[in-house]
Design a protein around this ligand. Structure first.
Ligand code: ZN
Length: 376
């Protein structure tokens, strides 16, 4: 990468992603990926038939069982809508999984409860052991890697897959969708779920063993769970028209659901990490990904996105309050926390990791057509 700052002329991704590429018209490779890979395969209008076929398979897999699928419910918009849609519109019988990483805001918990009680569904609740969560999160802060939310993200996704297998449920429904998540955050910002990386950072900076922390390495979930246990991860929201404004309105009307200021801000740590830690410390602003996909699928104009990016991701005073709260929960003084924040930035490459293996596995999956993603 040259040192020159450049922003895509079509979306708002820019050279804060060190691996971004631009064509001769100044259009980036996320846009290219969207127009050439995602858009042709994403067909909400023609999705109806595919959706019905999928529902048939899910129902058949659950015949004679209490549940036919599992959904991880965070209280966020995508998983809330997916839960509602699956039960009420598709007639599925989901088991819900709620993973409490000890950082949820009340509004997220309240949303979860509203959905659960109104839809009368069963919930499996996993509460991560706070001492283990804290130990791992502090180890990550000390490691100085950008992706501080890997700890929570891993617990949530491992908890979901482990529960699916535990209950013998074949179909894992996720709220991930091209409509809002078609631009993946750059690899450099959020190097993916890598159990080897988690363990090597914890080994170096952790102070207690992780005995109950939910874990699922790539071999376990990509190979054992998928091919031996037959677990299938599906994304139904890609088969229906899914517009954020409409969905929010529907959730508000039906459940008294409350929205958050920003995507993924249902959690105090995540709010601080995405809104302050990443932009201040690394210059990475995840709103660029969220806004870019909305520009690409016509839910936001580029002008509006640029205007919103002029403002900080969240209120500076709130950020400082959140920082004090986080430091206190970690048993640190504000100064100790600031010292970590001002430490020398590192990347996943500074620790043992499985990047090579994971990249190869994903390339292979793409090659045989199992996976579509923007991947360099
Ligand atoms: Zn672009």
């Amino acid at each position: 990468m040259s040192g020159k700052y450049q922003v895509c002329k079509n979306c708002v991704m820019d050279t804060t992603d060190p691996e971004i590429k631009f064509d001769e018209n100044g259009r980036c490779d996320y846009c290219d990926n969207y127009y050439n890979r995602i858009q042709p395969s994403w067909d909400p209008k023609g999705g109806e038939q595919k959706l019905q076929e999928l529902v048939k398979k899910i129902k058949a897999s659950g015949k004679g069982k209490k549940y036919d699928c599992i959904i991880g419910l965070s209280g966020g918009v995508d998983s809330s809508y997916l839960t509602y849609y699956s039960k009420e519109k598709l007639g599925l019988r989901p088991l819900l999984l709620s993973v409490d990483t000890c950082w949820n805001l009340n509004v997220a918990n309240a949303n979860t409860e509203r959905i659960v009680s109104k839809l009368n569904l069963d919930v499996e609740r996993i509460t991560v052991d706070w001492e283990e969560m804290k130990d791992l999160q502090i180890a990550f802060l000390k490691s100085q890697v950008p992706y501080q939310d890997l700890t929570q993200d891993h617990a949530i996704f491992a908890g979901l897959y482990n529960s699916a297998v535990k209950y013998g449920i074949k179909y894992v429904l996720t709220g991930a969708n091209f409509s809002m998540e078609g631009v993946k955050p750059p690899y450099e910002w959020v190097y993916i779920n890598d159990i080897r990386l988690i363990k090597s950072i914890h080994k170096k900076y952790g102070t207690r063993p992780l005995k109950t922390f939910p874990m699922a390495g790539m071999l376990k979930y990509r190979l054992y769970y998928r091919y031996i246990k037959g677990m299938k991860i599906v994304h139904p929201l890609n088969l229906i028209p899914y517009k954020k404004d409409d969905v929010l309105k529907e959730l508000e009307e039906k459940f008294g659901w409350e929205k958050y200021e920003n995507k993924h801000y249902e959690n105090i740590f995540t709010r601080f990490y995405e809104g302050y830690w990443l932009p201040k410390k690394f210059g990475y602003d995840k709103r660029k990904c969220y806004y870019s996909i909305m520009i690409l699928n016509g839910q936001m104009t580029r002008e509006k996105a640029l205007e919103m990016l002029e403002k900080p991701p969240y209120d500076e005073n709130q950020a400082l309050k959140d920082m004090e709260y986080i430091a206190e929960r970690f048993g640190m003084s504000k100064d100790e926390f600031l010292q970590l924040m001002n430490g020398e930035n590192k990347t996943y490459r500074d620790y043992k990791n499985s990047a090579f293996l994971l990249k190869s596995a994903i390339r292979f999956a793409m090659f045989v057509g199992m996976e579509k993603r923007n991947f360099r």
